[in-house]
Design a protein around this ligand. Structure first.
Ligand SMILES: Cc1cc2nc3c(=O)[nH]c(=O)nc-3n(C[C@H](O)[C@H](O)[C@H](O)COP(=O)(O)OP(=O)(O)OC[C@H]3O[C@@H](n4cnc5c(N)ncnc54)[C@H](O)[C@@H]3O)c2cc1C
Length: 334
């Protein structure tokens, strides 16, 4: 593997396009079950006004275009994959990673260079705050849904009326699950079009409900719900409980990457290099005069990937050539 990109936020997506343009073998690892980083997590429906060439663009549209551009080349984007450490090797670096839904499974990948586009940190799901809840993890309680098709024919409770929660409820219902969606209020803070899809789906929306307890033996078989207005409790037979209360950034993993950290980011030089084989771009990187906006971040991804190409590909130059001269095809032949 030539290059592993850690994080499929906007910068990781754009970097993976450039890795393809430089004909490098590239793998992108993303902890979340979706691409798009902060944009997808916090402001997909907001309008952005300061990206070059787009007087106004919604977060969702910008991401759709970035993803399409990233997929111009044969790059794998592996979702639900958290990078836990980086070790130096004689040929480059060894990446340690684990699936988010099976933290005990440790995997490694050897590559010539790693580009950290980890932004403000790995986004971890906000946990259920209930006593004695941990033992249910992996036994019916799951924060990460890597394979939604496994819920077909099952009774599933999605807890939380976030955009992700409503999308998941609709998706699982469309795949043949019997879905219940609970939310603390009756108004779901999601776009009208998504609310319409929910109403048209077979999912049952239960407003004003909170999860009070999980019950079962080897696995969860029942969820106890409490009505926030009356305090009344009801028991729902379910086989899976999927909390969707949003995400919070967890910067801690940056400390495992073997690079110094300053003010929560990785110091880099003008090539975006942090240490031997380790590079960083976007919100994860820092240097004097850093401006934390997408316009600058995209330039950093371009600078990082082209300098990586010049470092690891024999005879390659930093300048990538003009895409308009190659018809979009990579210049290098491998
Ligand atoms: C509400 C809001 C509004 C904004 N509005 C604008 C705006 O109008 N204009 C503008 O230019 N900028 C705006 N920004 C800032 C912009 O979104 C960020 O600068 C940009 O998202 C940074 O992109 P990134 O790819 O570097 O990081 P992120 O978007 O943070 O993506 C990093 C990705 O890396 C993943 N990751 C982290 N650690 C690991 C790990 N160990 N293993 C695997 N994956 C990992 C994360 O899960 C995440 O998906 C806004 C930000 C917010 C929060």
């Amino acid at each position: 593997m030539d290059i592993v990109i850690v994080g499929a936020g906007p910068v990781g997506l754009y970097a993976s396009y450039y890795a393809g343009f430089r004909a490098m073998q590239c793998l992108v690892l993303e902890a979340l079950p979706f691409t798009g980083g902060q944009i997808a997590t916090f402001y997909a429906d907001s309008t952005i006004y300061d990206v070059a060439g787009f007087p106004r663009v919604t977060g969702a549209e910008l991401l759709e275009r970035l993803e399409r551009q990233a997929r111009s080349f044969d790059t794998e984007i592996r979702l639900g994959a958290r990078v836990t450490g980086i070790d130096a090797t004689a040929q480059g670096v060894r990446i340690r990673w684990a699936p988010e839904d099976d933290a005990a499974a440790a995997h490694t990948i050897d590559c010539s260079a790693v580009l950290l586009t980890t932004g403000i940190g790995r986004f971890a799901p906000q946990p259920l705050r209930l006593p004695a809840i941990e033992p249910w993890l992996g036994r019916g309680l799951d924060y990460h849904v890597s394979d939604p098709s496994r819920f077909a024919g099952r009774r599933v409770l999605v807890a939380g009326g976030t955009q992700r929660g409503v999308e998941l409820a609709v998706d699982l219902a469309e795949r043949g699950a019997t879905v219940f969606l609970i939310h603390r209020r009756d108004r779901l803070p999601v776009p009208e079009a998504l609310r319409t899809r929910l109403d048209a789906s077979t999912a049952t929306f239960l407003p004003y409900r909170e999860l009070a307890a999980l019950e079962g033996e080897a696995r969860v078989t029942r969820a106890v719900l409490q009505d926030r207005r009356s305090g009344d409790r009801e028991t729902l037979a379910v086989e899976a409980v999927l909390p969707c209360f949003g995400y919070a950034a967890d910067k801690d993993t940056l400390g495992n990457f073997g690079v110094p950290i300053e003010d929560g980011a990785i110091p880099v030089d003008s090539r975006m290099a942090a240490a031997a084989g380790i590079w960083a771009a976007g919100d994860a990187a820092t240097y004097p005069g850093k401006v934390r906006v997408l316009a600058a971040d995209f330039g950093e991804a371009c600078t990082a990937v082209n300098n990586i190409a010049a470092t690891i590909l024999p005879g390659a130059s930093v300048f990538p050539g003009y895409s308009s001269h190659t018809g979009g095809a990579p210049r290098e032949t491998r």
